[in-house]
Design a protein around this ligand. Structure first.
Ligand code: M6R
Length: 585
């Protein structure tokens, strides 16, 4: 959701450093942005609606600055609602990620003495801090105010009177980058990597006081000083570059053969430690949101097929299981970012219930990574496009290995994943690639597109539909093939595109029957299957890779979604209304 970047230090072009930091956070999704710098003991700021693009800043030279990309929650997308917000004296400014749930009663009290210039909950928090700062240092005022607001929030204050940045959080991620004679703060590790590899992950309930030469840490509840834990990142986390590609989504689809090949060589020890946990557990829950929830569902099928009791949960609905959770169960949490709020909430609950948590994530050092007992990294490299692609197939590759290892067949799974890597490579050029583009051009103006699959192909059908709708805005639905007759088939009309995922498994005959039913109602049948069938109007051949057949099928769906978006003249990297990482409820 919102992106945050702050700088304090020896350089006097803080505004440019902050602007550059915000550009690195653009991929998170936002609708407006702003920067503030210290000038003397006051604040100078600029705020804008829309994208940063090639914007340059005209703010004065300064060694202290703070910026924000806003994804609107409270108050419309206007310059007045864009962050940073300033206090009445124009000496403090605030950027914020989260939602101040009790903003209404707080505002009722503050409005008598403070001038409100926006509709945001953020400005309420700022005036609360300002009111508390009348009788005590700003750091303490922030702490008191933070303890008074409810909700999951990250606040960063620029105090122009004292040359300091103050940060406190509960829920939303914040990372401090430690430099020499300069320090940084960002909502996202990737934004810091050009500056430093020494970082402090701010934990929930911690408050940081950051000057050019020092970072002090406090417990936000008690005010007690804490020792900052500086972590040196010894991994090569490079900011992703577009290279020869037109969009990050395209690039990330093309990254997949290499990622899958690497995953086919994932350490057996990593897989074994997780399968030991699953074997000991009474039941395994798999949880994720959006695309990750479909990977979780794929995992549920595979674990059940392997003879283990497993259940997938959509992150935002996990509360319904709260009373059923016991320490004897295992929890597999799947999240590309490792910061999705519903996943973080679920981890916290699972830890409270003394469950062992396995975090399957793409981001080293993310909240999920840090909180998990066992960790598997996707190793997919930075995923910039809002639509998740390579992180999805990486999860499928890991889950396939876990399921096969449960029955002692890890070597076979590794072979299948290596084959899936090669099959994926084959889809990315030549005739198949051209045929997918041709199909996208043909169906680009269709309002409704359907995807069906059975068993392990059902989650792939759901993901196919999600990919199409989020980047092309076409209405797309995924169904379990057997469900068509129970209602959805009423929607099929002459020429309606119906993607039928039909691997050579026990569901093949039924999937082909579903294709016939769709065709009989006029559907244009697009088959993704190892073998052609007369029922298919268009056929994309994928090899028979048992459960791993899901991987090339998903890649075809990703390419089709991408091509439809491009054919519709849309930018698939930044779909409207969506953010890369959903850190508020
Ligand atoms: O970072 P996460 O994997 O936890 O994100 C979960 C979803 O927000 C994410 O998969 C979302 O559905 C994507 N836009 C899908 O392309």
């Amino acid at each position: 959701m919102c992106g945050i970047f702050g700088y304090i230090g020896k350089k006097n072009h803080a505004a440019e450093i902050v602007l550059d930091g915000l550009k690195k956070l653009e991929y998170r999704g936002y609708d407006s942005w702003g920067i503030a710098v210290k000038k003397g003991t006051t604040i100078k700021r600029e705020r804008h609606v829309g994208k940063i693009g090639a914007a340059k800043t005209k703010l004065p030279v300064s060694n202290l600055g703070l910026g924000h990309t806003r994804w609107a929650t409270h108050g419309g997308v206007t310059i007045g609602n864009a962050h940073p917000h300033v206090d009445c004296a124009n000496t403090l400014c605030l950027v914020h990620n989260g939602i101040v749930e009790n903003f209404r009663p707080l505002k009722e009290k503050l409005v008598k003495k403070h001038k409100f210039l926006s509709e945001t909950d953020t400005e309420v928090a700022l005036h609360l801090i300002e009111s508390k700062a009348q009788k005590q240092p700003v750091a303490r005022a922030l702490r008191v105010a933070f303890n008074q607001v409810t909700g999951m929030n990250a606040f960063i204050v620029l105090n122009a009177k004292k040359d300091e940045l103050l940060a406190v959080k509960n829920g939303s991620p914040l990372v401090i980058g430690v430099g020499k004679g300069e320090n940084f703060i960002a909502s996202d590790l990737w934004a810091l990597l050009d500056h430093t590899n020494r970082v402090i992950f701010l934990e929930d309930g911690q408050l940081a006081q950051i000057s050019a030469g020092q970072v002090k840490l406090f417990d936000a509840a008690s005010g007690k000083a804490l020792k900052p834990q500086v972590k040196r990142l010894d991994w090569q986390a490079q900011q992703s570059r577009l290279g020869r590609f037109h969009h990050f989504m395209e690039k990330e689809i093309y990254d997949q053969p290499k990622i899958l090949d690497d995953l086919s060589r994932l350490s057996p020890g990593t897989i074994a430690s997780v399968t030991r946990l699953i074997k000991k557990a009474d039941k395994t829950f798999l949880l994720g949101c959006g695309t990750a929830s479909y990977a979780a569902l794929f995992g549920e099928y595979l674990l059940n097929f392997s003879g283990y009791d497993a259940q997938a949960i959509v992150g935002s609905e996990f509360q319904k299981f709260a009373r059923l959770l016991t320490p004897k169960q295992a929890f597999l949490m799947l999240s590309q970012s490792g910061e999705t709020i519903d996943v973080v909430d679920a981890v916290n609950l699972a830890k409270k219930k003394k469950m062992r948590v396995v975090g399957i994530t793409n981001v080293l050092g993310s909240t999920l990574y840090r909180k998990s007992d066992l960790k598997i990294l996707l190793g997919a490299g930075q995923e910039v496009a809002v639509a998740s692609t390579k992180a999805f197939t990486a999860k499928l590759a890991i889950l396939t290995q876990l399921a096969y290892q449960l029955n002692g067949n890890l070597d076979e799974a590794k072979k299948l994943i290596a084959q899936a890597a090669r099959a994926t490579q084959g889809l990315l050029s030549g005739k198949v690639r051209a045929d997918i583009k041709k199909l996208a051009t043909k169906i680009k103006d269709e309002d409704d597109i359907f995807a069906v699959g059975r068993l392990t192909s059902f989650p792939i059908a759901l993901e196919t539909a999600l990919k199409i709708k989020e980047v092309s805005y076409a209405h797309a639905e995924g169904y379990a093939g057997g469900e068509l007759k129970h209602g959805p088939i009423a929607l099929i009309d002459q020429g309606t595109p119906c993607i039928v995922i039909a691997p050579k498994d026990q569901s093949l005959t039924d999937s082909l029957s579903a294709a016939h039913e769709l065709k009989a109602r006029g559907g244009l049948i697009i088959g993704i299957s190892p073998q052609n069938d007369p029922v298919f109007d268009v056929h994309f051949k994928v090899p028979d890779l048992k459960e791993a057949s899901a991987i090339p099928a998903a890649v075809i769906a990703q390419l089709l979604a991408y091509d439809i978006a491009v054919a519709r003249g849309l930018n698939p990297d930044k779909p409207r209304n969506l953010a890369k990482s959903v850190t508020v409820r």
